[in-house]
Design a protein around this ligand. Structure first.
Ligand SMILES: Nc1ncnc2c1ncn2[C@@H]1O[C@H](COP(=O)(O)OP(=O)(O)OP(=O)(O)O)[C@@H](O)[C@H]1O
Ligand SMILES: [Mg+2]
Length: 331
């Protein structure tokens, strides 16, 4: 268990659901080992929090915790960021530079969005995981390190393997210990406790804001595509509005991307339209506009292709493909 004296260093992970409590127990068991861990889950579910937790509980906790978001770096720089480079390795490499693996020596490297690592780099990463060694870009000297790797992804690596975008051998290597964080909509019991946690975080001068039943019902009925991150910003908004004289429920979900996009079809007063209907309607509209081009639709919706495929499957949208028949009223 996470005892009170460790609370200071271990990030708070609020949960009331059995599945998450079990998962935290697993984290406690695997954290002190050197095992590579793969954390999976949609955006905003808490992958960063869990990765930080694993490092802080581990025996490496007083050594570096290095982060690297593979989706934020372009192909050209990813290797030099990861492995470092020698002077003159490429134009602009005026000095030798240590990479994040070297800096993380004796500590932990958190490879976020690992599915975005280019294929050419994946083989070198596999060597690091298996032999703890690599060469700097433009170098011949083999560098030995002692680094624990935690990887995270919000894309299905299995799907990427099937599309030849991810190496099968690396997939199996990363696939040994998986922590799968369920989306918030699948752990509804967590919504109110996490909301109350954020209410305390955003309330100032010790003032506590109590949520009305109406607000709680709204929070519980929403599907939270942005998961805990979206819930956090919603609660922040609740606190801001309540400071200015009461919560305006009309404004509660105002900034949710989804709702803004389909504002014309959505009314908080309308009991006949659920948030899932709104999501389906938006997905269908975008897919139809893009003539079912998945890549383009995913870009418009600002979600990964994998997420889009999953949503198409969940809402059985393929059945509307022929003839582009929409079951929902057009705006
Ligand atoms: N169970 C929880 N209790 C308290 N705060 C949480 C919990 N889960 C997530 N958070 C908070 O929600 C926000 C999003 O979490 P986090 O950054 O870990 O998500 P993520 O899965 O890494 O998202 P992304 O895929 O977009 O990187 C953070 O502010 C984090 O502190
Ligand atoms: Mg993250």
């Amino acid at each position: 268990m996470i005892t009170s004296d460790r609370k200071k260093i271990i990030p708070e992970f609020v949960t009331e659901t059995e599945i998450m409590k079990k998962l935290l127990q697993e984290v406690e068991i695997l954290a002190p080992t050197d095992a590579t861990v793969l954390i999976m889950g949609e955006t905003g579910v808490g992958k960063d929090v869990i990765a930080t937790m694993i490092h802080r509980i581990s025996k490496r906790s007083n050594k570096p915790f290095m982060r690297m978001n593979c989706a934020e770096l372009n192909e050209g720089v990813i290797e030099s960021e990861l492995f470092g480079h020698e002077r003159g390795a490429f134009t602009g490499a005026v000095t030798r530079k240590r990479g994040r693996l070297e800096i993380a020596d004796k500590g932990t490297l958190f490879l976020d969005e690992v599915g975005d690592i280019p294929l050419s780099t994946q083989k070198k990463l596999l060597r690091v995981l298996e032999q703890q060694e690599f060469e700097r870009v433009g170098g011949t000297e083999t560098i030995k390190i002692d680094v624990r790797v935690i990887a995270a992804t919000n894309r299905s690596l299995a799907l990427l393997v099937n599309h030849n975008e991810f190496r099968r051998d690396l997939f199996y290597r990363l696939n040994t210990i998986i922590i799968k964080l369920p989306p918030l909509r699948d752990r509804k019991k967590d919504i109110i406790p996490i909301s109350e946690h954020f209410l305390r975080e955003f309330s100032h001068n010790g003032s506590t804001i109590k949520m009305t039943k109406k607000i709680k019902d709204m929070l519980l009925s929403y599907t939270w595509p942005g998961n805990v991150r979206e819930l956090r910003s919603t609660i922040e908004r609740i606190v801001i509005y309540s400071r200015n004289g009461g919560i305006n429920t009309e404004k509660l979900f105002r900034n949710c991307d989804l709702i803004e996009e389909v504002d014309a079809t959505f009314s908080i007063e309308s009991p006949s339209l659920t948030l899932e209907d709104v999501e389906k309607s938006l997905l269908l509209k975008v897919l139809e506009n893009a003539m079912w081009n998945i890549q383009h639709s995913a870009r418009v919706l600002k979600i990964s292709r994998t997420t889009l495929y999953e949503k198409i499957k969940r809402y059985k949208l393929e059945s509307f493909k022929q003839g582009s028949k929409s079951p929902y009223p057009k705006a």
